[in-house]
Ligand binder design. Structure first.
Ligand code: SF4
Length: 566
């Protein structure tokens, strides 16, 4: 047998394997302006903001059946409207049904409250809309919005008229747009404030919300501004955040964070390392949003958030492009914010810098109602207040309360189910919309979490440690499960009888702050809604038994044996 020895020869030029071209990610700044998926095509065909005229002139008059699928499942979001989930569809069917099968003919409507600020006239307008058009629903979201349900298309113009008459809007409350801007709920009043970011929020909203040059972003864009040392806006998980600091030469201003977000690919925001003065915040905000619009990835929606660009570029390149191409000037370097205190939610009675007080209360899982909001407005007015604030933890504050009226207000709030001295379970529990109304949900959330709170208050009446329990109906993390002491991700689980039921995967020991970490996921650890109170009780008792001096739940959960977390 003869063996032929292979001889290395250079391939002729036409046989050389070409180097693979960089994948086209649909970045406009690189000349890729052809839509690469159906969502991009929809936005290119017609701007989402334009759907308002059709709602007012056609759909509200001719009814639900007249709405085109492109507007219904796409552009309606630009005005804060989603169809809600049809009642009675179990979570196990979510992935297998088409949008029209999952959708009801009613809408969820998000009302913006940038900075979480509401006058009593605005609270009353929302209460009126809720009781008149939304079956008395109203949820405080962890993005300082109020969310209403059961809205009919025929009523949307009247709802807008009622809201807009008091300066509220639903513009860009959803969609691939600059969403509501989170702000410290104690901006301008807190005695310990570093800087009040309110003027910057107001300027951004008045200049840019509804601006058609920013209404086709690659994906949603979440902003937060807080000059509070409590860092009360979850800046670590927003696309762009401004956090109060004091520069040694330039005085109070903001440190800048970019590229945070949770969902199925969680990533903490990174410090740009730059210092921004209050009056420069709108300019820098505008520059970052345009950078995102132009360089953001538009090929896959699952990779379109700003965090993916920041991860690929690195923070140095991001700052360089921002300064060179958008700001046309360098920003000064700046200091990092100091570590915040453990409590960031403003619940309880606190002094304002003007001698008055603010009172923070904990509606269970953010759920109130139009009736409750109307009563809250009357109560606040009766003690001389004209302002309410929403927090990024689904809580409510009443501002400007004279010291001698605090007890009266607190008693009235308690009668409304809004306790200023809530149990740790009531205080620390948040839940997303879940199976009740959300088409992406697998598990029920608000009712499950509220029942757990009630049971835990009975089982552990003396539990006195901060404990965050965040409940999501699916992996999208609207309730920030990966950064909670106990985070629950909705999914199907197998129960004791071997049946597939709606339940939760458990994340433990996540937290925000200087030690920000994602929770651990002990292998195979899942609970059903029914098991939840007993499971949390078990964990809470073990934590109390095993914790070191001053140890938080999160740090205990990270070091605890898996057997103790089951
Ligand atoms: Fe819906 Fe999932 Fe978000 Fe909950 S986390 S509101 S179920 S998308």
């Amino acid at each position: 047998m003869s063996v032929t020895t292979p001889v290395a020869t250079a391939a002729p030029p036409d046989q050389v394997t070409p180097r693979r071209a960089p994948r086209d990610e649909g970045q406009w700044a690189l000349g890729s302006t052809q839509p690469l998926n159906a969502n991009e095509q929809l936005k290119a065909d017609d701007d989402g903001l334009n759907v308002r005229a059709r709602i007012e002139e056609v759909y509200a008059r001719e009814g639900f059946a007249s709405i085109t699928p492109e507007d219904l499942n796409g552009r309606f979001r630009w005005w804060g409207l989603y169809t809600q989930r049809r009642p009675g569809i179990p979570g196990g069917r979510t992935a297998s049904l088409e949008p029209h099968e999952l959708s009801d003919e009613y809408f969820l409507l998000r009302v913006r409250s940038d900075g979480g600020r509401l006058s009593l006239a605005q609270v009353r307008a929302i209460a009126h809309v809720s009781t008149t058009y939304a079956r008395d629903t109203a949820d405080v979201t962890d993005r300082q919005n109020i969310q209403l349900h059961w809205i009919r298309i025929e009523d949307v113009p009247a709802v807008w008229t009622a809201l807009e008459s008091v300066g509220l809007t639903t513009a860009e409350a959803c969609g691939d747009t600059p969403r509501v801007i989170l702000g410290s709920p104690v901006a301008g009043v807190a005695a310990d404030e570093i800087i009040d970011g309110t003027p910057a929020i107001d300027e951004i909203v008045s200049r840019y919300v509804g601006d058609p040059s920013l209404s086709n972003l690659p994906r949603k864009f979440k902003t937060a501004v807080s000059g509070s040392p409590h860092q009360d806006v979850a800046h670590e998980v927003n696309d762009l955040s401004f956090v109060g600091v004091v520069h040694p030469e330039l005085g109070p201003g903001f440190d800048v964070f970019v590229g945070g977000g949770l969902s199925t690919n969680p990533r903490f925001a990174e410090r740009l390392g730059a210092f921004v003065a209050l009056e420069e915040v709108p300019e820098v905000w505008h520059a970052v949003v345009r950078l995102f619009r132009d360089y953001g990835y538009r090929r896959l929606r699952t990779k379109a958030r700003l965090k993916f660009l920041v991860a690929d570029w690195g923070i140095e390149r991001f700052r360089d492009v921002l300064e060179t191409e958008y700001l046309h000037r360098p920003l000064p370097d700046g200091p990092a914010p100091a570590a915040p205190p453990t409590r960031r939610d403003h619940v309880g009675v606190h002094p304002q810098r003007d001698g008055l007080f603010y009172v923070g209360v904990a509606p269970v899982v953010g759920r109130v109602s139009g009736t409750t909001l109307a009563a809250l407005a009357d109560l606040a007015e009766s003690v001389g207040s004209d302002r309410v604030r929403l927090t990024a933890q689904q809580k409510l504050l009443v501002l400007d309360v004279p010291g001698d009226r605090v007890a009266e207000l607190s008693a009235g709030l308690r009668r409304l189910g809004l306790d200023p001295e809530p149990s740790e379970f009531r205080r620390g529990t948040m839940a997303c919309t879940g199976l009740e109304f959300c088409k992406l949900a697998i598990s029920e959330t608000k009712g499950t979490a509220a029942r757990a709170v009630a049971e835990l208050e009975e089982r552990l009446p003396d539990f006195r440690h901060p404990l965050s329990l965040h409940v999501n109906g699916c992996p999208n993390s609207c309730a920030r499960i990966q950064v909670a002491d106990i985070g629950l991700k909705g999914q199907l689980v197998t129960d004791a009888e071997g049946q597939q039921v709606e339940g939760f995967q458990v994340h433990l020991g996540g937290e925000l702050g200087p030690e920000d970490r994602l929770g651990r996921k002990p292998r195979g650890l899942k609970v059903t809604g029914e098991e939840l109170p007993a499971y949390v009780e078990r964990l809470a008792r073990r934590f109390e038994e095993q914790r070191g001096a001053d140890e938080t739940f999160a740090s205990w959960a990270r070091r605890a044996d898996e057997g103790d977390l089951a």
